[in-house]
Write a protein that binds this ligand. Sequence first.
Ligand SMILES: [Zn+2]
Length: 231
Amino acid sequence: MSLRSKSSHRDTNASLSTLAALCFTTVAPPALLYALAEQIKPIVYNLAEEVLVSEGVDYVHSTQKDYLEDSQPILESDLSLPQRCFSEDFLKDIRVARVDTLPLPDSPYVEVARAVYPEEILQEPAALCIGDMIFIKRSVESPELAAVHELVHTWQIRTLGEENFVRLYLYWGFENGYKDIPLEKMAYRITSYARRALTQQDTLPVEKICEREMQKIMQDQDLVLWPLTEE
Ligand SMILES: [Zn+2]
């Protein structure tokens, strides 16, 4: 892959912003938006490595720093389900922040994704995972289940590494839409198992389930070829 100058990064961010604005202001039928997405896929793929992945990782680090004081160790929080789903060793470095507004990344990519895939959940997420820090909106109906969902993402990030997680998430998000990102489908499946554990006051070996689920995802060569093997 060739290296690009900083100015081409700026140009691409500008193009993505323009595209996002266009998507929002055009009363376009969904088919047209999908066609538009097809057109800009190559741009996104080419720049994912150099711009979006590093921006994503920067966003993770700066947000963790910003919320250090407004978060607390999850083991000292009032959330009890995570402790029945994850080992103490897994949870010991994780912090949780209860917020009114989620600190979503300020990226034109997010705007484009929202415009192209207007699923409700992407417009108004209830919780957010930033590595070892999770955010849960105060208004969320079940903070216990939201926490388990986000902690599955923490497991994915620790297992894949920050860069690979961001890379795969962006790639699949753009290719399939939010709901069909394999990492999200995995998190939603496990959240549904946790719902049973919540109502029955039961435990759930989520880390073991995550290992099994991740192996299934990685076995599907088609899904990982582009993001993981490109040089
Ligand atoms: Zn999720």
